[in-house]
Design a protein around this ligand. Structure first.
Ligand code: NAP
Length: 237
């Protein structure tokens, strides 16, 4: 039994990915901070008798010791074959007005959380000479967006990290792909705290990201999809 570890799986894209992969018979480790949501997701997968399993992993990615402990205990159940770095937080605010606490939360969750999780998983993937890593960055990882300076910094960081890592990992037969989407119709766009400036129904649906990830995961080892930029037609990036 191999494991697909998905970060940020309590809602949005990560939840949709966890559900799809479990529906296809995979064992999915669903990681996020909200234990209640993860338990509900795992329970629903069991109640609906999906062919695969969802394991709830309540973890804050900002704590490297807890991340490493989670990865090591999953490895006792089975090899982590796939890591999907998807978790993120965002705040739309002019940079000078952002609190340092919020700045830290964004960079630590999105960039350092991705690095901590990848570091922990590679300790197991490299000796096996097998593995796939998919990063969900953003168009904010390939261009600047006013009002999202910290988020852009974290998402650009993910792209640079992945570029370097991909080269390092080729000899170890581990592929790294990075997806940079524009707006997706998920709870990230909270109508009260963080409204989407437009018609949210015209943006990318989570299922489209899910289909793209599934496509990437079924491609041969000798092909690398370094970076895929996609955005809805109501945005231009
Ligand atoms: N939605 C968009 O328009 C859009 C556009 C471009 C790129 N993206 C990217 O797509 C990915 C998925 O976004 P989404 O729209 O699905 O977002 P979302 O609905 O807000 O979900 C974010 C997920 O990340 C988890 N998370 C946040 N901080 C965490 C931490 N410190 N430790 C562990 N888990 C944490 C959240 O769970 P808890 O709160 O339970 O921890 C949640 O499961 C993100 O990387 C995002 O940057 C989204």
């Amino acid at each position: 039994m191999s494991i697909t570890l998905i970060t940020g799986a309590s809602r949005g894209v990560g939840e949709a990915l966890a559900w799809k992969l479990a529906s296809e018979g995979h064992t999915v480790a669903a990681l996020a901070r909200s234990e209640d949501k993860l338990q509900e997701l795992a329970g629903r997968a069991q109640a609906e008798e999906l062919p695969g399993t969802i394991i709830a992993c309540p973890v804050d990615l900002r704590d490297p010791a807890v991340v490493s402990e989670c990865v090591n205990s999953l490895e006792e159940k089975g090899p982590i074959e796939v890591l999907i770095n998807n978790a993120a937080v965002v705040q739309n605010i002019p940079f000078a007005e952002q609190s340092l606490e919020r700045l830290d939360a964004i960079v630590d969750s999105n960039l350092k959380g991705t690095m901590y999780c990848t570091h922990a998983v590679l300790q197991h993937m490299i000796p096996r000479k097998a593995g796939r890593i998919v990063n969900i960055s953003s168009v904010a990882g390939v261009r600047g967006i006013a009002g999202q300076a910290s988020y852009c910094a974290s998402k650009h960081g993910m792209v640079g990290f992945a570029d370097a890592l991909t080269q390092e990992l080729v000899p170890h037969n581990i592929q790294v792909a990075t997806i940079c989407p524009g707006a997706i119709d998920t709870p990230l766009w909270d109508p009260e705290k963080n409204p989407y400036p437009g018609d949210i129904s015209k943006t990318i649906q989570p299922s489209e990201i899910v289909n793209l990830v599934c496509y990437l995961l079924t491609q041969p080892d000798h092909s690398i999809f370094k970076r895929i930029v996609m955005f809805p037609t109501n945005e231009w990036h």
